[in-house]
Design a protein around this ligand. Structure first.
Ligand code: HEM
Length: 456
Protein backbone atom coordinates (compact mmCIF):
# COMPACT_ATOMS: atom_id res chain seq x y z
CA UNK A 1 0.00 0.00 0.00
CA UNK A 2 1.20 3.50 -0.75
CA UNK A 3 1.88 6.07 1.96
CA UNK A 4 -1.10 8.43 2.11
CA UNK A 5 0.51 11.81 1.50
CA UNK A 6 -2.81 13.62 1.88
CA UNK A 7 -3.47 12.43 5.41
CA UNK A 8 -4.45 15.55 7.32
CA UNK A 9 -3.11 14.42 10.71
CA UNK A 10 0.49 15.22 11.41
CA UNK A 11 2.87 12.28 11.35
CA UNK A 12 3.40 10.59 14.72
CA UNK A 13 6.75 9.31 13.50
CA UNK A 14 7.80 7.57 16.73
CA UNK A 15 4.47 5.95 17.49
CA UNK A 16 4.67 2.22 18.16
CA UNK A 17 1.79 1.69 15.75
CA UNK A 18 3.40 3.40 12.76
CA UNK A 19 2.66 1.33 9.64
CA UNK A 20 5.41 -0.42 7.69
CA UNK A 21 5.04 1.75 4.59
CA UNK A 22 5.48 5.00 6.51
CA UNK A 23 8.47 3.51 8.32
CA UNK A 24 10.00 2.59 4.98
CA UNK A 25 9.28 6.09 3.73
CA UNK A 26 11.14 7.66 6.67
CA UNK A 27 14.05 5.22 6.33
CA UNK A 28 14.50 6.25 2.71
CA UNK A 29 13.79 9.97 2.87
CA UNK A 30 16.52 12.58 3.12
CA UNK A 31 16.56 14.68 6.29
CA UNK A 32 15.82 18.46 6.34
CA UNK A 33 12.63 18.05 4.28
CA UNK A 34 10.01 17.19 6.90
CA UNK A 35 11.90 18.92 9.67
CA UNK A 36 14.65 21.54 9.43
CA UNK A 37 18.10 20.12 10.17
CA UNK A 38 20.69 22.11 12.10
CA UNK A 39 22.77 23.89 9.47
CA UNK A 40 24.20 26.83 11.39
CA UNK A 41 27.29 26.19 9.28
CA UNK A 42 26.56 25.09 5.77
CA UNK A 43 28.62 24.16 2.77
CA UNK A 44 26.95 23.97 -0.63
CA UNK A 45 28.76 22.23 -3.49
CA UNK A 46 27.66 22.43 -7.13
CA UNK A 47 28.83 19.48 -9.17
CA UNK A 48 28.91 18.32 -12.76
CA UNK A 49 29.49 14.60 -13.38
CA UNK A 50 30.43 13.96 -17.06
CA UNK A 51 30.68 10.18 -16.70
CA UNK A 52 27.66 7.98 -16.03
CA UNK A 53 29.38 5.15 -14.16
CA UNK A 54 31.63 7.39 -12.08
CA UNK A 55 28.83 9.83 -11.27
CA UNK A 56 26.61 6.99 -10.09
CA UNK A 57 29.36 5.39 -8.04
CA UNK A 58 30.12 8.70 -6.32
CA UNK A 59 26.48 9.28 -5.35
CA UNK A 60 26.12 5.67 -4.17
CA UNK A 61 29.20 6.03 -1.94
CA UNK A 62 27.90 9.35 -0.62
CA UNK A 63 24.50 7.83 0.22
CA UNK A 64 25.86 4.72 1.87
CA UNK A 65 28.70 6.28 3.84
CA UNK A 66 27.68 9.87 4.62
CA UNK A 67 23.92 10.34 4.41
CA UNK A 68 21.42 9.55 7.12
CA UNK A 69 17.69 9.06 6.79
CA UNK A 70 14.91 11.36 7.90
CA UNK A 71 14.11 8.86 10.62
CA UNK A 72 17.66 8.83 11.95
CA UNK A 73 17.56 12.63 12.05
CA UNK A 74 14.30 12.65 14.01
CA UNK A 75 15.72 10.13 16.49
CA UNK A 76 18.81 12.29 16.92
CA UNK A 77 16.67 15.36 17.63
CA UNK A 78 14.67 13.42 20.22
CA UNK A 79 17.85 12.10 21.89
CA UNK A 80 19.45 15.52 21.96
CA UNK A 81 16.33 17.05 23.54
CA UNK A 82 16.45 14.33 26.20
CA UNK A 83 19.97 15.49 27.10
CA UNK A 84 21.72 12.67 25.30
CA UNK A 85 24.38 13.04 22.58
CA UNK A 86 24.54 15.62 19.83
CA UNK A 87 23.37 14.65 16.38
CA UNK A 88 25.50 13.86 13.34
CA UNK A 89 26.00 16.27 10.42
CA UNK A 90 23.52 16.68 7.61
CA UNK A 91 24.42 15.66 4.08
CA UNK A 92 21.75 16.23 1.45
CA UNK A 93 21.73 15.78 -2.31
CA UNK A 94 19.68 17.33 -5.09
CA UNK A 95 19.92 16.34 -8.75
CA UNK A 96 18.92 18.64 -11.62
CA UNK A 97 17.16 17.57 -14.80
CA UNK A 98 20.51 17.83 -16.62
CA UNK A 99 22.03 15.74 -13.83
CA UNK A 100 19.51 12.91 -14.32
CA UNK A 101 20.26 12.95 -18.05
CA UNK A 102 23.99 12.81 -17.30
CA UNK A 103 23.44 9.85 -14.96
CA UNK A 104 22.03 7.93 -17.90
CA UNK A 105 18.27 8.55 -17.65
CA UNK A 106 16.62 8.97 -21.03
CA UNK A 107 14.49 11.96 -22.06
CA UNK A 108 11.38 9.73 -21.77
CA UNK A 109 12.47 8.61 -18.32
CA UNK A 110 12.87 12.18 -17.10
CA UNK A 111 9.27 12.88 -18.17
CA UNK A 112 8.27 10.74 -15.20
CA UNK A 113 8.92 13.86 -13.15
CA UNK A 114 5.50 15.44 -13.11
CA UNK A 115 6.87 18.95 -12.64
CA UNK A 116 7.35 20.66 -15.99
CA UNK A 117 9.33 23.47 -14.43
CA UNK A 118 11.85 20.99 -13.02
CA UNK A 119 12.20 19.48 -16.48
CA UNK A 120 12.87 22.95 -17.92
CA UNK A 121 15.45 24.01 -15.31
CA UNK A 122 15.69 27.50 -13.81
CA UNK A 123 17.48 29.10 -16.76
CA UNK A 124 14.47 28.58 -18.99
CA UNK A 125 12.06 30.12 -16.47
CA UNK A 126 13.58 33.59 -16.30
CA UNK A 127 10.67 35.27 -18.07
CA UNK A 128 7.99 33.67 -15.88
CA UNK A 129 9.47 34.80 -12.58
CA UNK A 130 11.09 38.02 -13.89
CA UNK A 131 14.62 36.88 -12.99
CA UNK A 132 17.65 38.75 -14.35
CA UNK A 133 18.96 37.39 -17.69
CA UNK A 134 21.18 34.33 -17.26
CA UNK A 135 24.29 36.19 -18.53
CA UNK A 136 23.98 38.41 -15.46
CA UNK A 137 24.03 35.45 -13.06
CA UNK A 138 27.26 34.52 -11.29
CA UNK A 139 29.40 32.25 -13.53
CA UNK A 140 28.82 29.08 -11.47
CA UNK A 141 25.09 29.29 -12.05
CA UNK A 142 25.41 30.02 -15.76
CA UNK A 143 26.93 26.57 -16.18
CA UNK A 144 25.08 23.27 -16.39
CA UNK A 145 24.82 22.10 -12.80
CA UNK A 146 24.10 18.40 -12.27
CA UNK A 147 23.88 18.14 -8.53
CA UNK A 148 23.98 20.11 -5.33
CA UNK A 149 25.44 18.67 -2.14
CA UNK A 150 24.45 20.28 1.15
CA UNK A 151 26.61 19.74 4.24
CA UNK A 152 25.37 21.23 7.49
CA UNK A 153 26.21 21.10 11.18
CA UNK A 154 26.37 23.19 14.34
CA UNK A 155 30.18 23.27 14.16
CA UNK A 156 32.25 24.89 11.44
CA UNK A 157 35.06 22.39 11.84
CA UNK A 158 32.81 19.41 11.23
CA UNK A 159 31.44 20.99 8.06
CA UNK A 160 34.89 21.91 6.73
CA UNK A 161 36.24 18.40 7.31
CA UNK A 162 33.26 16.75 5.70
CA UNK A 163 33.28 19.18 2.78
CA UNK A 164 36.95 18.34 2.11
CA UNK A 165 36.32 14.62 2.30
CA UNK A 166 33.31 14.74 -0.02
CA UNK A 167 34.99 17.09 -2.53
CA UNK A 168 38.07 14.87 -2.38
CA UNK A 169 35.99 11.84 -3.23
CA UNK A 170 34.69 13.35 -6.49
CA UNK A 171 35.88 11.27 -9.44
CA UNK A 172 38.42 12.70 -11.92
CA UNK A 173 35.69 13.03 -14.52
CA UNK A 174 33.53 15.28 -12.31
CA UNK A 175 33.91 19.02 -11.80
CA UNK A 176 33.26 21.09 -8.71
CA UNK A 177 31.66 24.05 -10.50
CA UNK A 178 31.40 26.28 -7.50
CA UNK A 179 30.43 26.45 -3.88
CA UNK A 180 28.69 28.59 -1.29
CA UNK A 181 29.14 28.92 2.43
CA UNK A 182 26.17 29.59 4.63
CA UNK A 183 26.44 30.81 8.17
CA UNK A 184 23.52 31.31 10.54
CA UNK A 185 23.01 34.67 12.24
CA UNK A 186 21.18 35.21 15.51
CA UNK A 187 19.90 38.27 17.31
CA UNK A 188 20.67 38.81 21.01
CA UNK A 189 17.44 36.93 21.89
CA UNK A 190 18.89 33.89 20.10
CA UNK A 191 16.41 33.88 17.22
CA UNK A 192 17.67 33.23 13.68
CA UNK A 193 17.69 36.37 11.54
CA UNK A 194 18.38 37.37 7.94
CA UNK A 195 20.64 40.22 6.80
CA UNK A 196 18.00 42.98 6.94
CA UNK A 197 17.91 42.12 10.64
CA UNK A 198 14.49 40.42 10.88
CA UNK A 199 13.72 37.11 12.58
CA UNK A 200 13.39 34.49 9.87
CA UNK A 201 12.28 30.89 9.65
CA UNK A 202 9.51 31.17 12.24
CA UNK A 203 6.53 30.32 10.07
CA UNK A 204 6.78 26.91 8.45
CA UNK A 205 4.37 24.20 7.39
CA UNK A 206 4.78 21.52 10.08
CA UNK A 207 4.40 17.83 9.27
CA UNK A 208 5.26 16.06 12.51
CA UNK A 209 3.03 15.52 15.52
CA UNK A 210 5.70 16.53 18.07
CA UNK A 211 6.34 19.86 16.30
CA UNK A 212 2.63 20.64 15.83
CA UNK A 213 1.85 19.84 19.47
CA UNK A 214 4.18 22.61 20.64
CA UNK A 215 2.31 25.34 18.74
CA UNK A 216 -0.74 27.30 19.84
CA UNK A 217 -3.42 26.95 17.14
CA UNK A 218 -6.32 29.19 17.95
CA UNK A 219 -6.20 31.11 14.68
CA UNK A 220 -3.66 29.46 12.40
CA UNK A 221 -3.28 25.71 11.88
CA UNK A 222 0.45 24.99 11.41
CA UNK A 223 -0.15 21.31 10.49
CA UNK A 224 0.22 20.36 6.83
CA UNK A 225 -0.11 17.10 4.93
CA UNK A 226 3.04 15.48 3.54
CA UNK A 227 1.70 16.28 0.07
CA UNK A 228 2.97 19.86 0.49
CA UNK A 229 6.54 18.59 0.17
CA UNK A 230 6.71 14.93 -0.82
CA UNK A 231 6.20 13.13 -4.11
CA UNK A 232 6.93 9.51 -5.04
CA UNK A 233 10.52 9.21 -6.30
CA UNK A 234 9.89 7.99 -9.87
CA UNK A 235 13.26 6.18 -10.21
CA UNK A 236 13.33 4.52 -6.81
CA UNK A 237 12.85 0.77 -6.40
CA UNK A 238 9.39 1.35 -4.86
CA UNK A 239 7.88 4.80 -5.52
CA UNK A 240 4.94 4.00 -3.21
CA UNK A 241 7.33 3.96 -0.26
CA UNK A 242 10.34 5.93 -1.49
CA UNK A 243 9.84 9.66 -1.74
CA UNK A 244 11.64 12.78 -2.73
CA UNK A 245 11.06 16.52 -2.91
CA UNK A 246 11.73 19.28 -5.41
CA UNK A 247 14.34 21.70 -4.11
CA UNK A 248 14.56 25.28 -5.30
CA UNK A 249 17.92 26.95 -4.74
CA UNK A 250 18.38 30.69 -5.32
CA UNK A 251 21.27 32.90 -4.34
CA UNK A 252 19.61 36.18 -3.33
CA UNK A 253 21.93 39.08 -2.67
CA UNK A 254 20.68 41.71 -0.21
CA UNK A 255 21.56 45.38 -0.43
CA UNK A 256 21.24 46.04 3.28
CA UNK A 257 22.34 49.68 2.98
CA UNK A 258 19.57 50.46 0.50
CA UNK A 259 16.98 48.61 2.58
CA UNK A 260 17.93 50.56 5.70
CA UNK A 261 17.70 53.85 3.76
CA UNK A 262 14.26 52.83 2.53
CA UNK A 263 13.14 52.06 6.10
CA UNK A 264 14.24 55.56 7.18
CA UNK A 265 12.68 57.34 4.19
CA UNK A 266 9.40 55.52 4.70
CA UNK A 267 9.37 56.38 8.42
CA UNK A 268 10.16 60.04 7.59
CA UNK A 269 7.52 60.17 4.85
CA UNK A 270 4.83 58.80 7.18
CA UNK A 271 5.92 61.11 9.98
CA UNK A 272 6.67 58.21 12.33
CA UNK A 273 8.57 59.12 15.46
CA UNK A 274 10.31 57.33 18.32
CA UNK A 275 9.71 53.60 18.63
CA UNK A 276 6.92 53.92 16.07
CA UNK A 277 9.57 54.32 13.36
CA UNK A 278 10.17 50.56 13.48
CA UNK A 279 6.73 50.18 11.93
CA UNK A 280 8.15 51.33 8.55
CA UNK A 281 10.31 48.22 8.10
CA UNK A 282 7.62 46.05 9.65
CA UNK A 283 5.22 47.20 6.93
CA UNK A 284 7.66 45.90 4.30
CA UNK A 285 8.26 42.54 5.98
CA UNK A 286 4.98 42.02 7.85
CA UNK A 287 6.82 41.37 11.10
CA UNK A 288 8.91 43.64 13.32
CA UNK A 289 12.62 42.86 13.56
CA UNK A 290 12.03 40.68 16.62
CA UNK A 291 9.43 38.69 14.68
CA UNK A 292 6.29 40.25 16.21
CA UNK A 293 3.56 40.05 13.54
CA UNK A 294 2.46 43.55 12.53
CA UNK A 295 -1.12 42.48 12.01
CA UNK A 296 -1.34 41.44 15.67
CA UNK A 297 0.58 44.21 17.43
CA UNK A 298 1.40 47.85 16.80
CA UNK A 299 4.75 47.52 18.54
CA UNK A 300 7.53 44.99 18.74
CA UNK A 301 8.06 42.94 21.88
CA UNK A 302 6.04 40.84 24.23
CA UNK A 303 7.47 37.36 24.45
CA UNK A 304 8.27 34.53 22.09
CA UNK A 305 7.84 35.06 18.35
CA UNK A 306 4.20 34.30 17.59
CA UNK A 307 2.77 32.55 14.58
CA UNK A 308 -0.84 32.01 15.63
CA UNK A 309 -2.51 34.71 13.54
CA UNK A 310 -4.34 35.39 10.31
CA UNK A 311 -4.96 38.58 8.34
CA UNK A 312 -8.73 38.09 8.31
CA UNK A 313 -9.52 41.14 10.44
CA UNK A 314 -6.94 43.37 8.75
CA UNK A 315 -8.06 45.29 5.64
CA UNK A 316 -4.47 46.45 5.12
CA UNK A 317 -4.57 49.07 7.85
CA UNK A 318 -2.20 47.12 10.10
CA UNK A 319 -0.13 44.94 7.77
CA UNK A 320 -0.21 46.14 4.14
CA UNK A 321 -1.27 43.55 1.55
CA UNK A 322 2.22 43.87 0.04
CA UNK A 323 4.05 42.95 3.28
CA UNK A 324 6.42 40.05 2.53
CA UNK A 325 4.78 37.52 4.84
CA UNK A 326 1.27 38.50 3.73
CA UNK A 327 2.20 38.15 0.05
CA UNK A 328 3.89 34.80 0.52
CA UNK A 329 1.27 33.37 2.87
CA UNK A 330 -2.11 35.15 2.86
CA UNK A 331 -3.20 32.51 5.42
CA UNK A 332 -6.93 32.49 4.66
CA UNK A 333 -6.30 30.54 1.44
CA UNK A 334 -3.49 28.94 -0.56
CA UNK A 335 -2.25 26.49 2.08
CA UNK A 336 -1.23 24.07 -0.67
CA UNK A 337 1.22 26.72 -1.95
CA UNK A 338 3.33 26.82 1.22
CA UNK A 339 6.85 25.38 0.87
CA UNK A 340 9.23 24.15 3.57
CA UNK A 341 11.86 26.91 3.63
CA UNK A 342 15.35 25.72 4.52
CA UNK A 343 17.59 28.63 3.47
CA UNK A 344 20.66 30.01 5.16
CA UNK A 345 22.29 33.44 5.19
CA UNK A 346 25.67 33.96 3.53
CA UNK A 347 28.37 36.61 3.54
CA UNK A 348 30.36 38.39 6.22
CA UNK A 349 29.82 41.91 7.48
CA UNK A 350 31.55 44.22 9.93
CA UNK A 351 28.39 45.56 11.60
CA UNK A 352 25.75 43.66 13.57
CA UNK A 353 22.31 43.62 11.92
CA UNK A 354 20.68 44.84 15.17
CA UNK A 355 23.17 47.58 16.08
CA UNK A 356 22.39 51.23 15.36
CA UNK A 357 24.97 51.78 12.62
CA UNK A 358 23.85 54.32 10.03
CA UNK A 359 22.92 52.90 6.58
CA UNK A 360 26.26 53.92 5.07
CA UNK A 361 28.01 51.44 7.38
CA UNK A 362 25.82 48.60 6.17
CA UNK A 363 26.83 46.21 3.37
CA UNK A 364 25.44 47.01 -0.07
CA UNK A 365 26.23 43.58 -1.51
CA UNK A 366 28.12 40.28 -1.05
CA UNK A 367 25.68 39.24 1.68
CA UNK A 368 22.28 37.65 1.37
CA UNK A 369 20.20 34.52 1.54
CA UNK A 370 20.88 31.11 0.02
CA UNK A 371 17.16 30.59 -0.44
CA UNK A 372 16.21 26.93 -0.38
CA UNK A 373 12.78 25.39 -0.16
CA UNK A 374 11.29 21.93 -0.58
CA UNK A 375 8.18 21.63 -2.76
CA UNK A 376 5.93 18.89 -4.10
CA UNK A 377 5.44 21.09 -7.17
CA UNK A 378 7.77 23.91 -8.19
CA UNK A 379 5.21 25.28 -10.58
CA UNK A 380 2.38 25.37 -8.06
CA UNK A 381 4.46 26.45 -5.06
CA UNK A 382 7.73 28.35 -5.56
CA UNK A 383 6.99 29.72 -9.03
CA UNK A 384 3.37 30.44 -8.24
CA UNK A 385 4.41 32.39 -5.15
CA UNK A 386 7.04 34.39 -7.02
CA UNK A 387 4.98 35.01 -10.15
CA UNK A 388 1.36 35.33 -9.09
CA UNK A 389 1.74 36.74 -5.59
CA UNK A 390 5.14 38.38 -5.01
CA UNK A 391 5.62 39.99 -8.44
CA UNK A 392 1.93 40.81 -8.81
CA UNK A 393 1.08 44.36 -7.73
CA UNK A 394 -2.64 43.53 -7.82
CA UNK A 395 -2.62 40.35 -5.75
CA UNK A 396 -5.60 40.20 -3.35
CA UNK A 397 -6.32 43.91 -3.85
CA UNK A 398 -5.66 46.11 -6.88
CA UNK A 399 -2.60 48.37 -6.85
CA UNK A 400 -1.29 47.24 -3.47
CA UNK A 401 2.19 46.74 -4.95
CA UNK A 402 4.94 44.19 -5.35
CA UNK A 403 6.43 42.37 -2.40
CA UNK A 404 8.91 45.08 -1.31
CA UNK A 405 11.45 42.47 -0.17
CA UNK A 406 11.61 39.99 -3.04
CA UNK A 407 9.32 41.38 -5.76
CA UNK A 408 10.88 41.36 -9.23
CA UNK A 409 9.87 43.17 -12.41
CA UNK A 410 8.88 46.79 -13.04
CA UNK A 411 7.54 48.50 -9.93
CA UNK A 412 5.64 51.10 -11.90
CA UNK A 413 2.57 51.87 -9.79
CA UNK A 414 2.03 54.14 -6.80
CA UNK A 415 1.06 52.64 -3.46
CA UNK A 416 -0.15 53.83 -0.08
CA UNK A 417 0.70 52.85 3.49
CA UNK A 418 -1.44 53.11 6.63
CA UNK A 419 -0.39 56.24 8.53
CA UNK A 420 -1.60 55.08 11.91
CA UNK A 421 -1.68 51.40 12.86
CA UNK A 422 -5.21 50.03 12.52
CA UNK A 423 -6.75 53.29 11.28
CA UNK A 424 -8.14 53.79 7.78
CA UNK A 425 -6.14 56.95 7.04
CA UNK A 426 -3.64 56.20 4.27
CA UNK A 427 -0.55 58.07 3.08
CA UNK A 428 -0.51 59.95 -0.22
CA UNK A 429 0.23 57.65 -3.15
CA UNK A 430 3.97 57.14 -3.44
CA UNK A 431 6.42 55.34 -5.68
CA UNK A 432 7.00 51.75 -4.61
CA UNK A 433 10.18 51.18 -2.64
CA UNK A 434 13.20 50.11 -4.70
CA UNK A 435 14.35 46.55 -5.22
CA UNK A 436 17.02 45.55 -2.72
CA UNK A 437 17.23 41.81 -3.32
CA UNK A 438 18.94 40.57 -6.49
CA UNK A 439 18.87 37.04 -7.75
CA UNK A 440 22.43 35.95 -8.61
CA UNK A 441 21.62 32.47 -9.91
CA UNK A 442 20.09 29.18 -8.94
CA UNK A 443 18.69 25.88 -10.11
CA UNK A 444 15.84 23.47 -9.60
CA UNK A 445 16.76 20.09 -8.13
CA UNK A 446 15.05 16.92 -6.98
CA UNK A 447 16.15 15.52 -3.63
CA UNK A 448 15.79 11.79 -4.36
CA UNK A 449 15.12 8.99 -1.92
CA UNK A 450 18.07 7.26 -0.31
CA UNK A 451 16.79 4.07 -1.89
CA UNK A 452 17.43 5.56 -5.33
CA UNK A 453 20.92 6.78 -4.43
CA UNK A 454 21.95 3.53 -2.73
CA UNK A 455 20.87 1.52 -5.75
CA UNK A 456 22.73 3.54 -8.36
C1 HEM B 1 8.93 34.62 5.76
C2 HEM B 1 12.77 37.40 4.73
C3 HEM B 1 13.02 35.34 0.34
C4 HEM B 1 8.82 33.13 1.15
C5 HEM B 1 9.96 35.53 5.87
C6 HEM B 1 10.27 36.31 7.04
C7 HEM B 1 11.34 37.09 6.75
C8 HEM B 1 11.72 36.80 5.39
C9 HEM B 1 12.05 38.07 7.66
C10 HEM B 1 9.51 36.28 8.38
C11 HEM B 1 9.86 35.11 9.22
C12 HEM B 1 8.83 34.01 9.20
O1 HEM B 1 7.63 34.28 9.21
O2 HEM B 1 9.25 32.84 9.18
C13 HEM B 1 13.17 37.07 3.44
C14 HEM B 1 14.30 37.66 2.77
C15 HEM B 1 14.39 37.07 1.54
C16 HEM B 1 13.29 36.12 1.44
C17 HEM B 1 15.19 38.74 3.35
C18 HEM B 1 15.37 37.27 0.43
C19 HEM B 1 16.59 37.74 0.60
C20 HEM B 1 11.88 34.62 0.14
C21 HEM B 1 11.50 33.96 -1.08
C22 HEM B 1 10.29 33.37 -0.86
C23 HEM B 1 9.94 33.62 0.52
C24 HEM B 1 12.31 33.95 -2.38
C25 HEM B 1 9.42 32.60 -1.83
C26 HEM B 1 9.24 32.95 -3.08
C27 HEM B 1 8.54 33.29 2.48
C28 HEM B 1 7.44 32.62 3.14
C29 HEM B 1 7.47 33.05 4.48
C30 HEM B 1 8.59 33.98 4.60
C31 HEM B 1 6.46 31.63 2.53
C32 HEM B 1 6.53 32.62 5.60
C33 HEM B 1 5.28 33.43 5.58
C34 HEM B 1 4.30 32.93 6.61
O3 HEM B 1 4.01 31.74 6.62
O4 HEM B 1 3.82 33.74 7.39
N1 HEM B 1 10.86 35.85 4.87
N2 HEM B 1 12.58 36.16 2.61
N3 HEM B 1 10.92 34.39 1.10
N4 HEM B 1 9.20 34.09 3.37
FE1 HEM B 1 10.85 35.17 2.97
Amino acid sequence: MAVDLNNASPLAWDSATLDADTKAMLDNLQPNILRAHVREHLSVLFVRFNDVAEGKAFLRRLATTRMKSARKHLEEVRDFAAGRRRGTPYVGVGISKAGYRDLGHSVEDVRKFGDKVFRDGMKRRVAEVADPPVDQWEPTYQREIHAVILIGDAEQETVTELRDEIAGDLPESARLLGEETGQGMRNPAGDGIEHFGYVDGRSQPLFLRDEVDKEPKEHWDPAFPLSNVLVPDPFSPDPDRHHGSYLVFRKLEQNVRAFKEIEQELADGLGLTGADRDRAGAMLVGRFKDGTPLTSKRKAGGGPVGNDFTFDADPGSKCPFSGHIRKTNPRSFGREVLMARRGQTYGERADQPWDDSPPEHRPSGEVGLLFMAFNSSLVRQFEFTQQSWVNNADFENPATGHDPVIGQGERDIKVTFPKVWGKPEMSLPQTQVGQTVTMKGGEYFFAPSLAYLRNL
